[in-house]
Design a protein around this ligand. Sequence first.
Ligand SMILES: Nc1ncnc2c1ncn2[C@@H]1O[C@H](COP(=O)(O)OP(=O)(O)OP(=O)(O)O)[C@@H](O)[C@H]1O
Ligand SMILES: [Mg+2]
Length: 230
Amino acid sequence: MISFINADLELDRQPILTDINLTIDRGELVYIVGKSGSGKSTLLKALYMDIKPRRGEVSIAGYSSSTTKRRHIAHLRRKLGIVFQDFRLLHDRSVYDNLAFVLKVTNTRQSLIRDSVMQALEEVGLAHAARQMPLNLSGGEQQRVAIARALVREPVAILADEPTGNLDPDTSLEILEYLKKINQKGIVVVIATHDYELVRHHPARTLQISGDTIRETTFSNSPAGYRPLP
Ligand SMILES: Nc1ncnc2c1ncn2[C@@H]1O[C@H](COP(=O)(O)OP(=O)(O)OP(=O)(O)O)[C@@H](O)[C@H]1O
Ligand SMILES: [Mg+2]
């Protein structure tokens, strides 16, 4: 479903991650952890093809960085749900219209739009908020709208970059519950986070970036938190 093969990732010619090899299979929920500036967002950018590896290959949902043409990147992104720390909702449109918007741009039938939007809002427990404006909702609710918007096109994967970065600890755990529920339906979920508390409460496969590389870690209950595998 997702693979990095000998991939070197750069931002503006600055090497960030070197010789990355990893595979994420269908149905997985994976955390990407690492301190601020370690390259978590960079890794996700490679997945939604905002950047192309300098060397090696990144593949996702059948799209390879080596062969995907610029004009096909939009097609790939329609199969992905991307969620950010700052929600990125359209503030001048209702919750309903925020979701409907992503379907309208692909010329989805009106009757189908209504059903898909309401179903996605139900998934995050916000069907009742369809007519609200985003800024009248709490941060946690806004992030749930963003998750519903990511779901509305029935993605094969959700890529979440610090989805709980602006939320209090309890709300963060609640957001994780929703992401886990989505994952249980078979959608791959990749979460970049530096919130170790979150990982402690909802353990899952964890990849840790340190230096210019990434490796599997096991969670340890010691105060030190993470311990890289030998
Ligand atoms: N446009 C750029 N050109 C060069 N270097 C950049 C650019 N943008 C970010 N960087 C650097 O790339 C490194 C990786 O950044 P990235 O945003 O991927 O880290 P991150 O792990 O997501 O951090 P955070 O936890 O703060 O979100 C950082 O050292 C950052 O300073
Ligand atoms: Mg980041």
